[in-house]
Write a protein that binds this ligand. Structure first.
Ligand code: PLP
Length: 361
């Protein structure tokens, strides 16, 4: 058994993969594989509408929000957000807590308008990275405020301390923690996420956006990024990623069968506690992230003796624990333990951490 700790694309639930495998050649006895079905067919219309209804049900999405199924990935939405919301010469606040919020801010600042960057991370008195939530303030005149709720690279998650942005819509990137815990959608103007971590394969992005924020795109906004166009055409202005959409549907069905995102949250708390507790109790591994803001799904840690990194990676891989190497911009190790990772996978990782520590301490 291989336990896949990659940050994305990553492992998907066995049940989802098995159903997709069956449908790949013959979808519901149509004699056609699911990737061969036209997006204009009744069969696909049914998949698309069931996916949206399940997502709405699981996240309790209010009726004044639209759900758009798009292409272009998270980075496509980094451009789509200012293109759809920011007037020419406008300004927006970006609350930077890591790599991805920084990338989103740069995309806005370099191309579309003024991004007021609020650097919110700092090194606390324990020498750990923490978040200063008091820096998350809205500047008068800003059209929106932007936040990445789970920074996949450095493992910082900030959902518990959402800033109050008043009437200024808060736009959130939840690419890596969507569906891992309940959220109050009404607190956000828009939520964007790529499928490739907790929902399905790469290639599709979903935007959940409040109705009144649709219809303000710049004239030159590419039609495929214009939320009003996507909304008008039911996310089928151009040919959508039908396979990714189908996989999202299977995933949402799986989540519902387990008891919803509430049950996934319970599991994710249990898994992440098991891993962080072991790291905190050990003198061999270190988490440099403050417990207040640790991600439940991207556990970033280092070996105190970093000369052992290559040995650690090679030996874990040989045991079927793959994808533990940290992101290239940060180094160290990262265990991504998304929804599809069962507790057994985390136990296998902790057993390896113990064993490696005993042999090299
Ligand atoms: N936002 C977050 C939080 C991510 O983790 C990633 C990618 O891993 C992105 C955005 C960028 O997504 P994409 O590669 O689909 O453009």
């Amino acid at each position: 058994k291989v336990w896949n700790f990659y940050a994305g694309p990553c492992m998907l639930p066995d049940e989802v993969m098995e159903e997709a495998q069956r449908s790949f050649r013959n979808f519901e006895d149509t004699g056609m594989g699911v990737v061969e079905i036209s997006h204009r067919s009744a069969e696909f219309a049914d998949i698309a509408s069931k996916a949206e209804s399940l997502l709405r049900e699981l996240l309790h999405i209010p009726t004044n929000y639209r759900v758009l199924f798009e292409q272009g990935g998270g980075r496509g939405q980094f451009a789509a957000i200012p293109l759809n919301l920011l007037p020419e010469n406008g300004q927006a606040d970006y609350f930077v807590t890591g790599h991805w919020s920084n990338c989103a801010a740069k995309e806005c600042a370099e191309k579309y308008g003024k991004a007021i960057i609020h650097e919110c991370t700092y090194l606390n008195s324990d020498g750990q990275y923490d978040v200063d939530f008091s820096k998350m303030t809205v500047t008068p005149g800003s059209t929106y405020a932007y936040i990445c709720i789970n920074e996949t690279v450095n493992g910082i998650e900030t959902l518990e301390n959402l800033p109050d942005t008043g009437n200024v819509p808060l736009i959130a990137d939840m690419s890596s923690n969507i569906m891992t815990r309940p959220i109050d959608v009404s607190k956000f103007g828009a939520i964007i996420f790529g499928l490739q971590k907790n929902v399905g394969p790469s290639g599709m992005t979903i935007t959940i956006v409040r109705e009144d924020l649709i219809g303000h795109a710049r004239k030159y906004c590419p039609s495929v990024l214009d939320w009003a166009v996507l909304d008008k055409y039911g996310s089928m202005f151009n040919t959508p990623c039908t396979f990714a959409w189908y996989m999202a549907y299977l995933n949402f069905k799986w989540i519902k069968s387990l008891g919803g995102v509430e049950e996934l949250e319970r599991r994710n708390i249990e898994k992440s506690k098991m891993l962080y507790n072991y790291i905190d109790d050990s003198d061999f591994y270190v988490s440099k992230i403050s417990p207040n803001v640790r991600s439940r799904v991207n556990c970033v840690f280092t070996l105190k003796d970093e000369t052992l990194n290559n040995e650690f990676i090679a030996q874990s891989k040989a045991l079927g624990l793959v994808g533990l190497k940290g992101h290239k911009v940060l180094g160290g190790m990262r265990a991504s333990i998304y929804n599809a990772m069962p507790i057994e996978g985390v136990k296998a990782l902790v057993d390896f951490l113990k064993d490696f520590e005993q042999r090299y301490i």
